[in-house]
Structures are given as structure tokens and as C-alpha cells.
Design a protein around this ligand. Sequence first.
Ligand SMILES: Cc1cc2nc3c(=O)[nH]c(=O)nc-3n(C[C@H](O)[C@H](O)[C@H](O)COP(=O)(O)OP(=O)(O)OC[C@H]3O[C@@H](n4cnc5c(N)ncnc54)[C@H](O)[C@@H]3O)c2cc1C
Ligand code: SF4
Length: 838
Amino acid sequence: MTSVLDRPQGRHAGAAPRRRLVVVGNGMAGARAVEEILARGGAEQFTITMFGDEPYGNYNRIMLSHVLSGEESDADIFLNALPWYRENSITLHAGVRVDRIDKFTKHVFSNDGRVTPYDTLIIATGSRSHMPPMDGLYTPGGSVKHGVFGFRTIDDTRRMVQHAQQEHHRRAVVIGGGLLGLEAAYGLKSHGIDVEVVHSGGHLMNAQMGPDGGAVLRRSVEALGIRVHTSSRTTAVLGSDMVSGVSLRDREDIACDMVVVAAGIRPNVDVAVLSGLPVERAIVVDDRLRVQDEDDIYAVGECVQHRGEVYGLVAPLWEQAVVLANHVTGVDTSAAYLGSRTATKLKVAGVDVASMGLHGPEFDTDEHIVFSEPSRGIFKSIVVRDNKMVGATLLGDSRKVAYLTQAYDRGLPLPDERIALMFDVGGPGEAVGVAELDDGAQVCNCNGVSKKALVDAVKGGCSTVSGAMDATRAGKGCGSCKLLVRQVVEWAADGAVEEDPAASYYVPGIPLDKPALMAAIRKQGLRSVSQVFTALAPGSAEDAKSKMGLASLLKMMLADRYIDERDARFINDRVHANIQRDGTFSVVPQMKGGVTSVQQLRRIADVAEKHNVPLIKLTGGQRIDLLGIPKEDLPQVWADLDMPSGYAYGKSFRTVKTCVGKDFCRYGTGDSTKLGIEIESRFQGIESPAKLKLAVSGCPRNCAESLVKDVGVVAVEGGRWELYVGGAAGAHIRKGDLLATVDHPEEVKVLTGRFMQYYREQANWLERTYSFVPRVGIEHLRAVIVEDSEGVAAQLDAAMQASVDSYVDPWSERDDPLTPGQFRTSLPLTVLPQVPVR
Ligand SMILES: Cc1cc2nc3c(=O)[nH]c(=O)nc-3n(C[C@H](O)[C@H](O)[C@H](O)COP(=O)(O)OP(=O)(O)OC[C@H]3O[C@@H](n4cnc5c(N)ncnc54)[C@H](O)[C@@H]3O)c2cc1C
Ligand code: SF4
């Protein structure tokens, strides 16, 4: 194919030169980001080029369910058809896929041979349908068998409709009983096809609701004539040339003419991985939607991982696009995306479903109010904690959803008569559903916007939440009414949402949750990341995003029996240092418990001088950070230091912060420094699902900030020690829960190790203790870890001991790199933005 180098456009004589904005992905997020940029004067600043591998303009993917059921024509769901791009002077390469980005020379390479330069790049590549592993899914030629469909694009939908409308096609099996699967089932049913849903979860829509709600939903779905098989997996697609049925793990085969796979989605990150961008579960971005460590590359939508979260709904991407546009255009460089709180409200297979927060109670003290009327398909469940609503599920009747969402979002005090949460037993006020709110009811207090103003905006053509927000200023004040604003707009425009069953997988490339993955690894005696892929990944395919999580899990499970493969590690773990935004690294020598010596200080000073270290900084974890070390200098810096690694990188045990404790402090009752050093010595370098930061304080004044650590220890009166777990003081702030109060520092060490091992075995990949502890529940943790209710304490202690025994200082490798390129710079020979030296 000929190579075409796109020339910069839009440099008119006399006009200020415009920068080149390139967008990869022309889906809901990419197009929305461009709309927001245009709304901020972006047309004056940029020449805009978009690439989309679907040969169309941009359409509302949510509406595909309606296209499948025949309620909408496919022509009606376009948000921006092709003329829109021309009218806005946007060059759209429709049907063209971007294969690679050269972030150093700033070009994108597409599959039509084109090489396009950019000044600013936005990646919005979305997700694709996930095809879980099963026999017979693919033809020998590698394509999906005739009669098998994903449900993601307009082409998928058109093909399904065509197939379903053929005379001899009478039976369909839908794999997946989440939102998408049920929508597919409902849509196919409306073509007169017999539909059966096979769902691996114990109940339908298990991501959105508990078993009781799931049972009521099942009844409603079955009333439509759709058969449902829960707790069941499809193991094979039958038929030689085309589908003739499916095999189930534990039931009889089902004969069918078509199979729709709606078993979750996977972010499209191939381009990012191939181009050396940071990818974990998805492309890692900061609060500005800027790709981590990149100045000119942004990412938005379902391909994005922000603060550990990957979203599968449109509401978050609207919010992301606004922030991104503010930064790209420079209109508001202080804008920050802090994550989205997703409350789901939609119609699934004709049934109203709303879900937010918890599905059921977690603590003995939680109140759980349940109303169930299965014969009418109505189910309502509300969880209340400390007089605040922490979760709700509404099925078949979502009239109270506006009020409940406000209560959930704002933590409003609740009525004493809990029944009023579910039914209108008194005056209307806020306690009514969106549909019943008065036209004049004020939705946005800051800007005085009524429900009617919002509805009028929607009727006037604002079919999106932020469009209506822009038009009315609703939600542009304190932002606390955003959820209600969205609901009013969705109600007026009839919106919907989706679930991702794949969220339960431990790593994205292996379709197993953590217990099942660990069991399979044990059963098959797998010892390396590549062995796990070969044995357990669909088609034995390696998945870059899964490697780090698998490496950590195997190391935890196998200690020194683990076979280490370097390419399974993230750059920080390959060179045992933290990569900085200018491509250099930071070196943090260990200082156990924050204690150092004259000799250490002198050595650090000498090394800093010898290597012209541009910045020396004290860290929050009581250590000294030498910043700005080039990759190739790392071995020599560590050799000159001759100190162990301080673990400032990687997903592992990091540090134990201590206060001065009883030796020096007037208040101290316990020797916090000694205990901190002992804990740090014991657990140094231990891998875990996410980083672990600890602290020990010598008295309840807590100068080491123990209450906001993953594990925090506090000395209390009588020589006793309190042990807190699940605290955090970063982007997320949480006070730890009291796990135990013990008499002796040795007991602190045992319980700390046991808690850490339990967390290592049970937590999801990248799940910090501040999420893990409330998810599992402190009572449960106390029972297992302190009272040994499950009889696993000795096992946990032994597993931790095996990890402790297998510890090797990573910097012992410095004289003998494991791979030739381990410490060779891979940075380009161009000047990169430098971290400022102060
Ligand atoms: C049937 C269905 C129903 C849904 N219902 C709801 C709902 O009710 N509520 C809700 O909130 N959400 C729903 N969703 C989810 C919603 O559609 C997505 O959250 C949203 O589309 C994500 O937008 P995006 O731009 O990130 O990804 P997409 O809309 O998928 O767009 C990404 C685009 O990038 C293209 N692309 C990928 N890689 C490349 C490349 N290398 N080069 C060029 N182009 C590339 C893709 O082909 C695609 O066109 C539904 C989704 C589906 C499929
Ligand atoms: S936590 Fe207590 S013992 Fe430690 S420094 Fe503060 S006051 Fe002193």
C-alpha cells in the first residue's frame, strides 16, 4: 500500500496557524469530545482529523437494542451523520483503522497507508464484544462461525435482524443474562424467534441486583416467553458450517439457528499497547483525561481507565468529554474528572430497572427494606446505613427513582417511616419519581432550573444530558444535582444503560474470577504467566493488560516456585524504580520505619552529587527520593548507594511510617519505631493486588496517621495495640476499621501478616484495601483473621512465611541484567519535557 503523508491543513495566509488535532475512534466518546471542543471554539484552534473503523458517521450505540427490536430504524440513531463532519470542516476517515501511534515523532499510522501528524491526539477506541472461550466458536479459517453474533455495532445488529428474518431461522440462544443479553433476547423475540438465555451468574443482571430482584426479573422475562438458564455456561457452539445448537456445562444441548454472545466487553487497547502507552485494564489517564506520562495524548470513553475504574456506560464519558475539551482548548485548565458515580436506570426487555450502590445489607446494623410483588413484576430493595441510603434496586416500578437517587447521591436524611422511601404515603415534594415531578419543580438549585426547562430543552433537540445542561445551565453550579438532571433528560429522551459481566474476571484476558483462576492454576500446576495464557486464555491468546496481575498472583501463590518472565512485568517492576513523567526514574533507598543514619545520609548525598541528581525530595513515606535518574544509570546509582530498595514502585508492600513513640515523645505508650522497623523488615517487597502502606503510632494522637493506612497500628493504654485495616488518605479517603486490639507487638505482626495474606488471596487485581475491607466486611475479616472461624489461619500464616522466605532484594540484579535491554534507555533522542528542578 502506498504511504501518504498527510500535510498540515488549515494554515491560511494571515490566519494564526492552527494546531492539528487527531482523534482515533469515531464512537460516542470520540465524537462527543469533538463536539465539546467545537463548543469551546476548537474550530479556530485546530484542524481536526478523525479516524473511525466503522464506515459511518457517529451513532447512538444505546439505540441498537431498539433497532434490533424494530422500534427504531437504523437511519434514526445517528448522532452525527457524514454531512456534520463536512459542515464542521472535520476530515473523517470513515472505515479506516489506526494501527499504530508514534508518540515521539507524533504521527498516527492507519491501515490505508496514511501517516498523519498531530499536535494533540485523542484516543477514543471504545470496547468490543468479549467472546468467552468455548469450542466451535470459530471456523478453521479463524472467523466466527456463521450464525454467531456479537452485539456491539450497527453492522452486528443489521446482520442479526437479517438472520432472524430468514424463514427457516426459528431459535436463538443468547449467552449472557445482563442488560445487553436481555435486550438482545427481547429484540429477537419481537422477530418471532424462540429465545433462550444462558447466564453464568446465579441470577439475571447480577451486576445490578441481588438474587431476590433477579428472581422477580426472571419471572418478568419468562412471562415474555424467553426461557432462562442461570448458573450455567455454554461450553461449545455446535454445527460444522453453521450453528446448529450449543452445549451447556451441566445441562442438555440446546438446538438453535443463531447464537448471540453478550458476555461482556473488552476495552480496545491494541493501538495503545502497540504504541507503548500505559495500559492496565484500559488506557491509564489522569484527572485531565491525559494519558499517564504523556503531554499531548488524551483518551476518553470505554477505552479509558481512570483512578482504577473502567466504565461501560455513556454517562461517565459525557463527563469525561467536557473535562477533556476544557483542557485541550485551554478554556479551563483547572477542570478535573474525578470519576463517575453510576446509578443505572433503564428499561430492560420492557421492564423498568433502576439500581444504585449496594444490592443488600453488609453489616448487622444495616437496615434492609424489601417489597416484593412477583406477580406484578415489582421488587424494591433499599439499604440504609446510619440513616443514609447506601443502595437501592427498583424493578417494575421506578417512580421513586429520582428521589432515591438524590438521597443516595447527596446522603440526604431519610424519613422515619421507611415505607415512604418506596411509596407515596404523604405529600409529594421530592419523594416522587421523575415522571411525577411538577413541571415547575426546581431540579438545579444553584442556577434555578426547573424540570420544564430541561424537558423543553430536550424537546427542542438537546438529546444529550450535557446538551441540555449547556442549554439550561442545570448542573453547572455545585454539581450535586447532576444525577437528577440526567434522569429528567433520560426520561424525556427515553435513555438506557449496560452491564459488564467481565467485571468479575480477575484479569481481563482470562475469563475466570479469582477463586476459579487460583483453583485452575493449582490444579494444572501452572507456574508462569505464559503457561497460564496457554492453558486458560481463550485461544491461548496472550493479553498484555493481564500480565502484571497474573505475575503478581503467581508470585503470591508460588513464592520461589514461580517462574519469572520479564515481559510480564510493568516497566517499574522491570527496572525496580518509578518512571517519572519525563521518562527518567526515581530511586528510593529503604529506610525502615523512616529511620536513617549518618552513614546512609552521607552515602545518599555522595551518590546524589556524583550522579548530578536533579532533585532530592523527602517522600510522604519518610524516605529520600532521588529524582531524575536516567534508566541506564540506575544500576550504577544503586551500586554506589549499596542500600536495599525502598519499594516506591509496583503493586507491593511499600513502607511503614512511624512516629517517634515512647522513647522520645512525652505521650508515647508504645515503641512505635521499633515495631514499624520490624514489620517493614518482615514484609519488605511482598507482592499484593495493589500497593500497601502501613503505619505505627505510639499513642492515639496518631502522628504517623495510622488510621488512614492499609494497615495502621496504634499503641493504647495498658501496653496494648490496636490494629486498623482498610484506611486510605489519597484520592480516596477512608478511616480504617478496627480489626483487633492485642497485648503484644508479636501478635500485631502475626495479624498484620495474616490480614495481608488474606487480602492477597481474596482481593481483586488493583483493589486497594479501602475497597476490599468494606466489600468483605470487617466482621467477616475479624472472624477469619482473629477468631480463625474458617480454620485457615495457619494456612495464611504459612503462605505469608513462604513469601517472606523467598524474598530477594531486586537490586541484587544490578550487576547482571536479566535481559540485555533491562537498563538500556529506550527513550527517543528528542528533547522531552523535563521535570522542573527546584
Ligand atoms: C447494544 C448496546 C446497548 C447499550 N445500552 C446502553 C445504555 O442503555 N446505557 C448506557 O449508558 N450505555 C449503553 N451502552 C454502552 C454505550 O454504547 C457505550 O458506553 C459507548 O458507546 C462508549 O463509547 P466509546 O466512544 O467509548 O466507544 P464506542 O462507541 O464503541 O466507539 C469507539 C469507536 O472506535 C472505533 N475504533 C476502535 N479502534 C479503532 C482504531 N484502531 N482505529 C479507528 N477506529 C477505532 C470503534 O470501531 C468504534 O466505532 C450500550 C452499548 C451497546 C452495544
Ligand atoms: S503518636 Fe503519640 S507517641 Fe507518637 S509522636 Fe504522636 S503523640 Fe507521640
